[in-house]
Write a protein that binds this ligand. Structure first.
Ligand code: B12
Length: 213
């Protein structure tokens, strides 16, 4: 059932904050056997458009909150299906969280879900996690990988501080940063080893890092 028109309709429903229409479209696509990961991509594009409309003052904070709520409900529908579909070899331990000052967690939660489906043991510290908590938990959990999520420009300094502290206390595993606005330049600025703007490629990266160990 997935085609350009159905993708565009779902993206538009999210972008227009039409909750019922968006959820109905998701249910219809799931009933038709559509790939939940493609559905997530269409919703993500809708969320990107919400962000653009917020920047243009077409939406205000309430619009962001509403979009977040719609996405959360979409994920409630998709999660059981994704969990049924994906599986893999036992992987590694990963410490995950959204950095200090940032409460965006929808993307991080998708990463958590996909990593768990690939048999990673995920220690998710939640949102607004201080560098100290990351460092304490890293010492306790001894993760193979650390994943830091952040969507705000101001999160880059929190990522940098967190990574500096982790390295200062001797953490030697790979550190991956993720978030929609990241780039190679930001990755270098914060001192991470890898970066990703997408959960699927991010999880593939984590799997590759585990294989290379
Ligand atoms: C929904 C939303 C919110 C919701 C979040 C709800 C929630 N529970 O997460 C709420 C209302 C809380 C919110 C608040 C704010 N927001 Co907001 N928000 C958004 C919006 C529209 C969508 C984000 C989203 O969920 N996208 C969908 C998910 C699936 O995508 P994602 O997060 O990018 O995640 C994917 C990848 O990045 C990756 N990934 C993510 N993390 C990780 C981690 C690892 C390890 C890996 C490998 C991969 C990975 O995988 C995910 C799946 O593919 C964005 C717009 C945008 N372009 O992102 C603005 C946006 C991020 N928000 C913005 C702003 C300004 C704010 C506020 C400051 C607004 C205000 N005036 O208060 C506050 C800040 C609050 C805070 N302290 O954090 C700006 C940031 C601008 C900037 N450059 O800093 C954006 C870009 C909007 C814009 N264009 O202006 N927001």
């Amino acid at each position: 059932m997935s085609n350009t028109a159905t993708s565009a309709t779902l993206t538009a429903a999210i972008s227009d904050l039409q909750e019922e229409i968006a959820l109905t479209l998701v249910r219809q696509r799931l009933d038709a056997g559509d790939d939940p990961l493609l559905i997530i991509e269409d919703c993500k594009e809708g969320m990107r458009q919400v962000g653009v409309r917020y920047e243009r003052n077409e939406y205000y904070l309430a619009g962001l909150i509403m979009a977040g709520e719609i996405f959360r409900q979409v994920m409630e529908l998709l999660q059981p299906i994704v969990e049924d579909q994906v599986s893999g070899q036992a992987s590694g331990r990963i410490l995950l969280g959204t950095v200090e000052g940032d409460i965006h967690d929808l993307g991080k939660n998708i990463v958590n879900m996909l990593l768990s489906c690939h048999n990673f043991v995920v220690h998710d510290l939640g949102v607004d996690v201080s560098p100290t908590i990351f460092a304490e938990q890293a010492a306790q959990v001894q993760p193979h990988l650390v994943g830091l999520s952040g969507l705000l420009t101001s999160s880059y300094d929190a990522m940098r501080e967190t990574i500096t502290l982790l390295r200062a206390q001797g953490y030697q595993g790979a550190i991956v940063v993720g978030g929609g606005q990241l780039s190679e330049e930001v990755c270098q600025y914060v001192g991470a080893d890898h970066w990703s703007t997408d959960a699927v490629t991010g999880v593939e990266l984590c799997q590759r890092l585990m294989e290379e160990r």
